[in-house]
Design a protein around this ligand. Structure first.
Ligand SMILES: Cc1cc2nc3c(=O)[nH]c(=O)nc-3n(C[C@H](O)[C@H](O)[C@H](O)COP(=O)(O)OP(=O)(O)OC[C@H]3O[C@@H](n4cnc5c(N)ncnc54)[C@H](O)[C@@H]3O)c2cc1C
Length: 393
């Protein structure tokens, strides 16, 4: 924990709680849940409830809703700490912490009064955000002048939604969703989409297929299906056709939390590498006594530190945007952190020799997890292109 950019005692106490929770609640069951074949069985309500009891699930809620009101920097440290023990749990909580923050900023007072107390009190309340569709994915990140397929048609007192979303993290487990749909088909997604808040079990809204993922298995992802689903006007978030503006305004920290989650995995890989090199003896000495190997471990540590500093800067500035926020900070830290995690995963496999390939060392799970954020929260290539367009177009 000493490597975190801790600036006060509250953060230290919070991180100590999260570390204890990770070790006592998550670590003993993570490998077993990960090994379950059916994604329906890889999720644990027990972990979510214990995260609630430890004050983690509600940490970003304002004090008036019963939370701690932690800032983005602290939340990112929490998410990284969770990611050191299991990426899936880190993502379940990161989505919930992040969307709770967004809701507190983007929902109107009536919506907040209706929804925030439920989020605070329901021990099992996790949250989700639904944008991606099978054929409309990166096109929302690098805007392409084509409407989304999921469409909300205006009717008396509300909207009738038809369509589907997929890949949605926490999709089959959430209580509330921020749903992005096309509300004007004559306009591209950037100008014709609106955001709605919708509760689980809303008539016309069902969960489709659970996705069977390669890694990050303790988090569930699924399809969300909307069939003549009536959503009342009261559930519109912000203005009609202005959902894209909401993202720019209220989601700057989103990718930084993804960076923090995957940095947890990078840290776990690094730790395994160091420990292995301290006990494995080849060439007449411990691996760590070989200069080239020691230098490689040092490079891993440096890459993690750099990615973390970048992530922390992005988080802090997303809370203090008048102090020098620049839009590339909503993109680059996740790209960099996921790239170095993937690189460190390869090096860790190599340092373990054949042992790394055997499931018993636990490297294999981390390698599968390390791939998760090359694509989630935007494919890295499309995020780089998005930043390039901001910089050069
Ligand atoms: C584990 C996981 C969790 C996720 N969770 C959520 C969630 O909670 N909510 C949600 O809404 N979405 C979620 N997603 C979707 C995610 O955010 C990505 O946007 C999505 O995976 C990318 O879409 P795609 O897979 O269809 O790739 P595509 O968009 O088909 O991209 C395929 C390839 O083409 C490249 N490409 C695409 N467009 C361009 C372009 N204009 N120029 C150059 N190259 C391009 C991409 O970089 C990529 O390499 C999740 C995805 C994963 C894998």
């Amino acid at each position: 924990m000493e490597e975190m950019f801790i600036t006060n005692d509250d953060q230290r106490a919070i991180l100590e709680t999260v570390r204890r929770f990770s070790e006592e609640v998550v670590a003993p069951v993570a490998a077993g849940l990960d090994a379950e074949k059916d994604p329906l069985n890889t999720f644990s309500w027990d972990i979510v409830e214990k995260a609630h009891d430890a004050g983690i699930r509600t940490m970003t809620l304002d004090e008036k809703w019963g939370g701690l009101g932690v800032d983005c920097l602290t939340a990112a440290m929490v998410v990284e700490e969770l990611g050191k023990v299991d990426l899936g749990i880190s993502v379940v909580m990161a989505q919930t912490l992040k969307i709770a923050q967004i809701m507190q900023r983007a929902l109107n007072p009536e919506q907040q009064a209706r929804i925030m107390p439920q989020i605070a009190e329901d021990k099992r309340c996790v949250l989700a955000i639904a944008m991606t569709e099978p054929n409309h994915a990166s096109d929302y990140i690098v805007p392409f002048p084509k409407p989304m397929k999921t469409f909300a048609e205006k009717t008396k007192g509300g909207w009738i939604v038809n369509g589907m979303k997929h890949f949605i993290s926490n999709g089959p487990r959430s209580r509330y969703y921020l749903l992005f749909v096309q509300t004007d088909r004559s306009k591209p997604q950037t100008e014709g989409t609106s955001c709605f808040v919708i509760e689980r079990d809303h008539p016309g809204f069902t969960i489709g297929r659970y996705h069977d993922k390669m890694g990050e298995r303790l988090a569930n992802n699924a399809e969300l299906i909307f069939q003549d689903c009536f959503i009342p006007d009261e559930n519109l978030v912000g203005e009609v056709n202005k959902a894209y503006k909401l993202i720019v305004e209220f989601f700057p920290m989103s990718n930084a939390y993804a960076a923090a989650s995957i940095l947890g995995v990078a840290g776990a890989l690094y730790k395994k590498s160091v420990e292995w090199c301290q006990i494995r003896n080849q060439g007449g000495k411990l691996l760590i006594e070989h200069d080239g190997i020691r230098a490689q471990l040092s490079e891993m540590r440096m890459m993690i530190d750099v990615a973390r500093s970048y992530t922390h800067r992005s988080c802090w500035l997303s809370d203090h945007r008048d102090q020098g926020w620049d839009s590339t900070l909503a993109v680059y830290p996740k790209v960099f952190a996921s790239q170095i995690a993937w690189k460190i995963a390869g090096w860790t496999l190599e340092l373990h020799g054949g042992y790394g390939y055997m499931k018993e060392t636990g490297v294999e799970k981390l390698v599968r997890d390390a791939a998760a954020f090359l694509h989630s929260d935007g494919v890295n290539r499309t995020l780089l292109l998005k930043a390039a367009n901001l910089l050069y177009k």
